[in-house]
Design a binder for this molecule. Sequence first.
Ligand SMILES: C[S@@+](CC[C@H](N)C(=O)[O-])C[C@H]1O[C@@H](n2cnc3c(N)ncnc32)[C@H](O)[C@@H]1O
Length: 216
Amino acid sequence: MPDQNRIGKGFDLLTPIYDACVYLIFKNTFNDLQHEALSSIGSVENCLIIGGGSGQILRSAIDLNIARQYHYCELSEKMIAKTKNRLSPEENQLVHFCADYNSINQSFDLIVLPFVLDCYPTRVVSEMLSKLKKLSNQKGQVLIIDFNEEEISGFKPNSIQRLFLKLLYFFFKVVAGIEATFLPPIYTLCNKADLTLVRTWSRKKGWIRASLWTQD
Ligand SMILES: C[S@@+](CC[C@H](N)C(=O)[O-])C[C@H]1O[C@@H](n2cnc3c(N)ncnc32)[C@H](O)[C@@H]1O
C-alpha cells in the first residue's frame, strides 16, 4: 500500500485551494454528477464514503437523506475539518469520521468512492475492491465517481483529455506522493472483482463517469 500518511499530508496542503481549482476547471460538473447519481439511489441504513475530500459529497448525501448513518474515511485531517464545518451539530452526530477504512469492522448498504480510486495504481485498486466487497452488505451497492479512459459505449478520450490527466498525475505525484502514474482501468477492475454494473451516469461524453455496482 502506498504511504497513506504522505497522501493525507499532501491533500492537507491542497485543502484551502482544492475546491476552487476544481470549480475553475470543471465548474459544477463533479457536484452535479455526484448529486444526480446519489439522487437516483434509494435511502439506505448506512453509507461509507471514502476519499470524499472537503465533504461536498457528504453534504449532498445528507441533503438527499441517502442514509441514516455515515462513515466518512478521509486521509487528510484538513479535509475532514472542512467537511465537519459543512454540517450542523445535529448532522455531525450522523457521521463517524476516520482516516483509514481498514480499521472498520461493520458492513454497509452503500459505499461511495468519489475520485479516490484514481489515486492508486491498478494492483492497489484491485486489492481495495476486494477489501471493499467485504465491507459491503450482501445486497450492498458501490458507487464510483471518477475519470474514465476506457473505451466504453464508443467513448475514446481525446488528446487534450489524455494530456490533462498526464499533467494531473504528475502534479499529484509531486504534491501528494501518489504512487499511480496513470488512471487505473476502473471498469475492467470492477468486472474482474465480480461486481455487477447496475447503472451509469456520465459527463463530458463519458470522460467523467459515475457507476453503480452490486455484488449480485
Ligand atoms: C482526488 S481527491 C478527491 C476529493 C473529493 N472526492 C472530490 O471529488 O473533490 C482524493 C481524496 O481522497 C483521499 N484519499 C486518498 N486515499 C484515501 C484512502 N485510502 N482513504 C481515505 N481517503 C483517501 C485524499 O486525502 C483526497 O482528499
